[in-house]
Ligand binder design. Sequence first.
Ligand SMILES: [Zn+2]
Length: 236
Amino acid sequence: MSIEDQIQQTRAVVAALHAELPRWELVVWTAGNVSQRVVVGSAPGPTDLFVIKPSGVTYDELTAESMVVCDLDGNLVDGTRAPSSDTAAHAYVYRHMPSVGGVVHTHSTYATAWAARGEPVPCVLTMMADEFGGDVPIGPFALIGDDSIGRGIVETLQGSRSPAVLMRNHGPFTIGRDAKAAVKAAVMVEEVARTVHIARQLGDTIPIAQADIDSLYARYQNVYGQQPTHTPESDS
Ligand SMILES: [Zn+2]
């Protein structure tokens, strides 16, 4: 596939995935964004590009054509609109985490409420052990405008199995091998933040032993969902 075709396909994927944010009630107005890496060479590297939402466009106006293409320094490469104001944070993650192919940011209510308290969501659900491999961690307080949000995301996630970080006083950023996986993590982090919040209203939650968290995580990540039930997609 040519790089132009790859960019076009990624634009379509990223535009379509933005519809998942209001669908799962993760966003109000234009406050949330999805991006996906476009791998230029044979492996992720510094010449890669990524596709992200333009700034300030409502979700029902988003089309593949309105998506913008940026380099890994966050500079606009192709597109008629300004990139999302969170582009620098997405770019920093792609520069420093080569295995990451997708990034999502929202201010979803329950996850952001934990961020407002600066409190990690404790791993008290088997689905949290499956998806996050432990607590959902808190990242540092950081202001928009330089690398500090991206640096906080990367430093927190590199020390964790979680694909989600709750940036303090701000909200969740999630990563995945592609944008769809990062969107799934954004949906799941809101779900577990909501459930654990509700559990807390009625009493104390019960921790899961670390050995059980480890075994749940290993099983879910290595076995569940990876049965060869479909033919791998052709690269042609
Ligand atoms: Zn934000």
